[in-house]
Design a protein around this ligand. Structure first.
Ligand code: ARG
Length: 468
């Protein structure tokens, strides 16, 4: 049943152990990377004379046929295939005979698998940056379109201070800009090629590692074979970036769920990103946003799974490390689809200007403005905070708005409260008074939009450069 590789064993593996130990069920996804790597390794072997020119051609062409077979619909691995690396070698043997056995010269599955996985992180790290750039573009466009729409800002999900919707949406833009940095870090950490580390000590063949690395798109080769064979930091770096990005999307999803409720009525998702109810004909549910919210913990769990598997693991390779792949693949699938959905969802979301404005017109949101007015009269902020707290309590108890309080009533709270109190309660001033850099006022907001355009341009340029 099994494809035991050596004559060291007399016994077949126990079927239970075999199922436990084999990774082909999930590592088949490494196949295209494994084939690319094997072709580059074969050229490296040619360079030191282990393969003749003719043998190299047979191996490279044979690997191309293996690639085609693997992508043919209905292709099935054999029961005896332990992992993708053994399977590719077996299939190459079917194509070119015993010559296939020369391919594994100067290579161990330990440096082979580390190299394949680093290639996956490079490909999908770049894809994540590209998708993040697309979502950042959507956020920026929506922010531009809603740069002067007031809405209530919240803390503790209690109305706090008004902000412009454009300013709120740009908060997500900057979160995703940091996600780009984290994925770029993962890309850098995966750009060091482990191949050549062998099982752990290096190999007996002086293959030109730099040439192999250049062919496979790595920037450098690892300096230490022990580290090369045992390093999975680049997977953790990808998972960390994906976990944080996914957490960001969960916060956006959560806000959209709340905002699209009838109670808030701040926004509506396009029908194409909503679902109906099987029983209530009137329902249009924000399932896309709810799933963004709920997908996030599985990515974080992937990080926890792998850091758990690696923790306290003696150098170098341990089979524990085979557990790197499922969390990585699941994170790749989850974050990529989440970003694609976010992009589509944001393209079609519409906001309700009147609902947002009505909610942001609540005079209580001006409490901090009144406190600052007192500060301008020389009252220490803490004291002003207390005075305004008293005003708010009186208004709430008498079921009045702040502006219903008469000048005489104001004087009872503070001698400094004069007509400017009523001016401060004019709504637009609460937003425009936030003139500080990074504030919601339209002057700093214009500067922020400008900065965001620059940041997005840099992300897009980086993707174009990497794809060229
Ligand atoms: N399937 C293995 C993995 O993913 C490949 C490396 C096997 N190496 C070994 N020494 N058994 O980790």
């Amino acid at each position: 049943m099994s494809g035991r590789q050596t004559s060291r064993f007399r016994k077949e593996p126990d079927p239970r152990f075999w199922r436990f130990n084999r990774s082909i069920e999930f590592d088949w996804r490494l196949a295209p990377y494994d084939i690319d790597q094997s072709q580059a390794h074969a050229r490296g072997l040619r360079g030191i004379g282990v393969l003749s020119e003719e043998e190299l051609t047979l191996i490279v062409d044979g690997l191309e046929r293996v690639r085609e077979r693997l992508t043919t619909p209905g292709f099935q691995f054999a029961d005896g295939d332990e992992d993708v690396h053994m399977a590719v070698e077996r299939l190459l043997g079917e194509e070119i005979g015993p010559l296939a056995g020369k391919l594994h010269t100067g290579r161990s599955r330990n440096d082979q698998v580390a190299t394949d996985v680093a290639m996956v992180v490079q490909a999908h790290g770049l894809r994540a940056v590209e998708l993040l750039g697309a979502v950042m573009g959507r956020l920026l466009a929506q922010a531009e379109a809603h740069r002067d729409w007031p809405m209530p800002g919240y803390t503790h999900l209690q109305r706090a201070q008004p902000v412009y919707l454009g300013h709120h949406l740009l908060a997500y833009f900057w979160m995703l800009a940091r996600d780009v940095l984290r994925f770029q870090f993962a890309l850098d950490s995966a750009s060091v090629m482990p191949l050549g580390s062998g099982a752990l000590a290096g190999v007996n063949w002086e293959i030109d590692r730099e040439a192999v690395a250049a062919e496979l798109g790595f920037d450098q080769v690892s300096h230490n074979s022990i580290d090369g064979a045992s390093n999975r930091d680049f997977v953790l770096d990808y998972l960390n970036a994906a976990a944080i990005a996914s957490m960001h999307l969960s916060r956006l999803g959560s806000e959209i769920v709340i905002w699209s409720s009838t109670e808030f009525g701040f926004c509506r998702l396009d029908e194409s990103f909503s679902s109906g109810s099987s029983i209530m004909p009137q329902k249009m549910n924000p399932d896309s946003a709810e799933l963004l919210r709920a997908k996030s913990p599985r990515v974080a769990a992937g990080y926890a799974t792998l850091i758990g598997a690696m923790h306290a693991l003696p150098l170098t390779y341990g089979k524990d490390m085979q557990e790197d792949k499922e969390p990585l693949f699941d994170a790749i699938d989850t974050i990529e689809l989440s970003l694609e959905v976010t992009d589509g969802m944001l393209a079609g979301v519409s906001f309700d200007r009147e609902r947002l404005e009505a909610a942001s017109g609540d005079e209580m949101l001006a409490a901090t403005e009144v406190a600052d007015l007192l500060v301008r009269h020389g009252v220490p902020f803490r004291e002003a905070h207390g005075i305004v707290g008293g005003l708010v309590r009186e208004a709430v108890e008498r079921e009045l708005s702040l502006s219903d309080l008469t000048p005489a009533e104001l004087k009872r709270h503070s001698e400094h409260l004069d007509e400017s109190f009523y001016e401060v309660l004019q709504r637009s001033s609460w937003l425009e008074s936030k003139r500080i850099a990074g504030g919601t006022g339209s002057v700093p907001l214009a500067a922020q939009l400008e900065a965001a355009r620059g940041a997005l341009g840099a992300v897009e340029a980086r993707v174009r450069e990497a794809q060229a």
